[in-house]
Design a protein around this ligand. Structure first.
Ligand SMILES: [Zn+2]
Length: 87
């Protein structure tokens, strides 16, 4: 399994149950790949934050003018784009 496939599966796992084969391959890849391990923990953090955020909190963060830097924003775009590509 390559990183492209691994990041796609990590994103897919948010929406559907992975097959046993996918889970096994992904677990092994994440074990040996620092980049995908980091991606996985960022996804978990994001999910955690979003699950605890109320609409009021999200609105106040938005209103505070906090914005991601352009490079950070681009990085997230790249990851999302990669994650939606076919292997
Ligand atoms: Zn990887």
């Amino acid at each position: 399994m390559d990183c492209k496939k691994a990041t796609r599966l990590l994103s897919d796992a948010e929406e559907r149950e992975l097959t046993a084969r996918e889970r096994f391959g992904l677990r092994f890849h994440v074990l040996i790949c620092t980049a995908c391990r980091r991606f996985q923990s960022q996804l978990q953090l994001l999910r955690h934050l979003l699950s605890h955020a109320t609409p009021k909190m999200l609105a106040s963060v938005y209103a505070s003018g906090v914005r991601l830097s352009d490079s950070r924003r681009q990085k997230i775009k790249d990851l999302l784009w990669q994650a939606t590509q076919e292997p």
